[in-house]
Design a protein around this ligand. Structure first.
Ligand code: CTP
Length: 131
């Protein structure tokens, strides 16, 4: 049983999110996703997500490739979450390339390429421009 863990906000669900989750799941037998809390996002990105955390957890948990979801309350607890969930592999998008190498003592760390030309931030901007 190879357990894969990944983290993210996953606000305004888009194809880049589903694509990375499907590729992450394909690396093992079980995919666990830490969805960052509203409070964590406010402190990290300076804005509250469009979809509240309960909805983001429900959406991500409803995907066929996802086996389990939990709320990521703090960036400082990443190592704890990896141990708690007995992760064999940490998957992150390559926008984070190298930034999670410190966890190589706990599990494998794999960076997957992001889907080009789409992000939650960009979708919000596009919607704002709709007349
Ligand atoms: N992701 C991806 N391809 C994209 C956008 C995101 O593979 N085009 C991945 C990220 O690398 C991360 C996960 O999806 O592993 C969750 O990313 P998140 O930050 O929630 O999504 P973004 O669209 O990047 O959000 P934002 O614009 O708010 O930063």
């Amino acid at each position: 049983m190879r357990r894969i863990l990944t983290f993210g906000t996953f606000d305004v669900l888009h194809i880049g999110h589903v694509s990375i989750l499907e590729r992450a799941r394909a690396l093992g037998d079980r995919l666990i996703v830490g969805v960052s809390s509203d409070a964590l996002n406010l402190s990290k990105k300076g804005r509250r997500p469009v979809y509240p955390e309960d909805d983001r957890l429900k959406l991500i948990g409803a995907l066929r490739c996802v086996d389990e979801v939990f709320v990521e309350e703090s960036l400082a607890l990443k190592g704890e979450y990896l141990r708690q969930h007995r992760a064999d592999v940490l998957v992150m998008g390559d926008d984070w390339q190298g930034r999670f190498d410190e966890f190589r003592g706990i599990c494998e760390v794999v960076y997957l390429p992001r889907t080009p030309s789409i992000s939650t931030t960009e979708i919000i901007e596009v919607i704002k421009r709709v007349p």
